[in-house]
Ligand binder design. Structure first.
Ligand code: GLV
Ligand code: MN
Ligand code: MN
Length: 415
């Protein structure tokens, strides 16, 4: 396939496909791109070339985000940031994150090809750690840019024990990635919907109204390891049997709530992890989300109490550490209106919808007004290698984004 022969939307999709395999993946036979891994560095190198080809100057900030800049016509004007994330979950789809970056590159490429500049600069930013799939914290690099990251949050090590400080960034300088307030006009993120609504309604794109609140905990349950053949059932302190009861309790709390509340145990480690040893320790994560922060917090309280009760009844030690608390993040109402108009001008029906998935936009909202455009994905499937997106939908998204930028310019010029 000759990339240059493709239209912008199709080229954005093709580039995501290209980044879906080695050397841009750290995983054999699938896609995993962790923050600061060899695959991450390789993907940044490819992206830097594409940014330069679209007429941008490229830099890597102190949090190892890659940023391409296309100057505006008014010196010193605040920049429109367009971005999403380059990292992925393990065994990922190809479009969760990279598609929003590639569409950002294509918006600039389209302006550059027609010799246009807006009054404001446009910066395309590829964030590095949205998923939290390598280090036990998510949205590190957008929090650094938004200026909401604390220095203590950088004391992290990955599953192999590699500290963030030894992974390819200077942690003593990391927080200098923060953008000064007032230097950013707005943040725009295009992303696959990761849900079924647009497909079910036959729509290519939707305007995001806001992002659900998230909580994440790391749980440790400690019992006693022992011989699987000689320890009678009554004397055991089996950490995995307790964790199994806890996980079902978590599921029940979310099911009984019967709202948009969701609770997930997505990662479980069993120690020592041998067929003939009673599990002595289990570590697992809990991810709790709702559009309503009070509902989310109420469910978290119920869950933590249930877990403590189960541990006490079984005579086990139990600890819960809060690793991540992101409030619900509404998108900017004026920018939603601009997105709706751009959607109409692109010949598409307007559909507003909320995001259950987290995005860098929810962090960037601390810095500037945010807007998000959702793009239909096949079967609503995401966080799965079966993720698909139709290049024709990406083309529509690109047209909407260009219309959004035009109208944002009008808004800014009139201000
Ligand atoms: C990111 O994909 C999240 O919603 O956790
Ligand atoms: Mn994701
Ligand atoms: Mn994503």
């Amino acid at each position: 396939m000759v990339m240059e022969a493709l239209t912008g939307g199709a080229r954005a999709v093709a580039r995501c496909d290209l980044l879906g395999v080695a050397p841009y993946s750290d995983m054999e036979g699938g896609l995993y791109r962790g923050y600061l891994t060899p695959a991450y560095v390789a993907a940044q190198e490819a992206l830097a070339g594409w940014m330069e080809g679209a007429g941008m100057t490229v830099r890597r900030d102190a949090a190892a985000n890659l940023i391409g800049r296309y100057e505006g016509s008014i010196a010193g004007a605040p920049a429109l940031l367009i971005g999403s994330h380059l990292d992925s979950v393990r065994d990922a789809g190809r479009y969760d994150g990279p598609l929003g970056i590639m569409l950002g590159v294509e918006t600039v490429a389209a302006l550059n090809e027609s010799g246009r500049r807006m009054t404001f600069p446009i910066e395309v930013i590829a964030f590095g750690d949205e998923e939290g799939s390598r280090f036990p914290a998510a949205m590190l690099t957008s929090r650094a840019v938004a200026g909401t990251l604390e220095a203590e949050a950088l004391e992290l090590a990955d599953g192999q024990g590699v500290a963030l400080a030894d992974a390819g960034v200077d942690v003593s300088n990391y927080l200098s990635a923060a953008r000064a307030p007032g230097t950013t006009l707005a943040y725009l993120e295009a992303h696959i919907e990761q849900g079924p609504v647009l497909e079910a309604e036959g729509l290519a794109v939707g305007t995001v109204t806001g992002i659900a609140a998230q909580l994440r905990y790391q749980i440790i349950v400690r019992g006693m390891a022992g011989h699987a053949g000689t320890s009678s059932m009554t004397l055991r302190r089996d950490a995995l049997a307790a964790a199994a009861e806890m996980i079902l309790g978590i599921e029940t709390v979310a099911q009984v709530d019967a709202s948009d509340l969701v609770a997930t145990v997505g990662k479980l480690e069993v120690l020592p992890g041998a067929a003939n040893v009673i599990p002595g320790e289990v570590r697992f994560t809990i991810d709790i989300r709702s559009g309503d922060a009070a509902r989310r917090d109420g469910a978290a309280g119920l869950i933590l109490r249930a877990l403590a009760d189960i541990a006490a009844r079984r005579g086990l030690d139990y600890a819960a550490e809060l690793v991540h608390d992101l409030p619900a993040s509404p998108c900017d109402p004026a920018l939603m209106d601009i997105m709706d108009i751009a959607t109409t001008v692109a010949g598409q029906p307007v559909r507003r919808l909320v995001s259950g998935a987290g995005h860098d936009a929810m962090v960037m909202a601390a810095l500037c007004p945010t807007a998000m455009l959702f793009i239909r994905c096949g079967g609503g499937i995401s966080h799965n290698p079966a993720e698909t997106v139709d290049p024709a939908d990406a083309e529509i998204a690109l047209r909407v984004m260009l219309g959004f930028i035009d109208r944002l310019g009008g808004t800014f010029d009139d201000a």
